[in-house]
Design a protein around this ligand. Sequence first.
Ligand code: PLP
Length: 342
Amino acid sequence: MAWTAPLRLRLDMDALAANWRTLDAMSGTAACGAAVKANGYGLGARRVALRLAAAGCRDFFVATWGEAAALADTGVTLSVLHGVRDEDMAVARAAAHARPVLNTPDQVRRWRGAGGGACDIMVDTGLNRLGLSAGDIAGGLLDGLTIETLMSHLACADEPGHPLNERQRAAFASLAGKTRARRMSLANSAGIALGPDYAFGLTRPGLALYGGVPVPALEGRIAQVVFPEAQILQRRTVRAGQTIGYNATWTARADTEVAILNLGYADGYFRGFSARGWAVHEGERLPVLGRVSMDLVAVDVGTASALAEGDWLAIGYHLPEAAAVSGMSQYELLTGLGVRFG
Ligand SMILES: *Cc1c(COP(=O)(O)O)cnc(C)c1O
């Protein structure tokens, strides 16, 4: 007999595709790729990649060769953002569907020494995370390499007024023609909203594909994709004066009808939702009462009196709002989604 999980992720895959089309249109003449690292930001890299490939996406980004291997049979072309360590070389050389994004002079030498082949290059323009320096490029480090995409990454794209955005854009633009790269790429989701000067030849959204809204300019244009749902394990009446949950942080002022849901911080429903999150039933918000536990959370059933053990409830997970109330980033709310969802 098949076992069914008491919590599930409903994914709106049409919304995912619509978000990609929106970001593609906002990218103007630039191609629009998709970051599917971290298992497609927690949604399942395989189903995300296949759906976006069907929508027309041609450029996919993962962090590691393990993530690339997991997508080897999907037919999509991948760039591996963390490049190649010694330990990666055998796998990287054999991977017809994936190429490395080379980040350091050692990575460039390693790739070149093994015979090279198509690669991408990350250049640092101010994030000071991964990437070659402009000086490395001027010094001839890349001469003779077959470079598909020269890319850089923005530090403050979600702060549209931050002066570092324009400084990075200008530094990156000044590298045009300095390598034999076929195209250039700078913008993540928020970077796309900074305008056409940031699009170059290829954009690399992640968060906004999955319903994240990093900047006001994307509000109303990006649709929610992820809808967690959890089953009611018990319904109970909590009498006036009684408390709910660990540390008794919530006290009933009047007799209260409560549903205990099969969802907790081990599923990525973090403790920041304690007393602040909500479930939804027929348009009504049912507030979280007290602390979120590892596997359980209590909600006020309110006037939804027909709710019973075994019923399913949608969990409030509109990312900008859920991030604001929980204190987590929208990225963490996606990538934290646990493995217990059915
Ligand atoms: C994760 C990542 C992206 C996608 O960023 P979002 O903010 O999720 O749109 C793009 N480029 C690089 C290099 C990344 O690491």
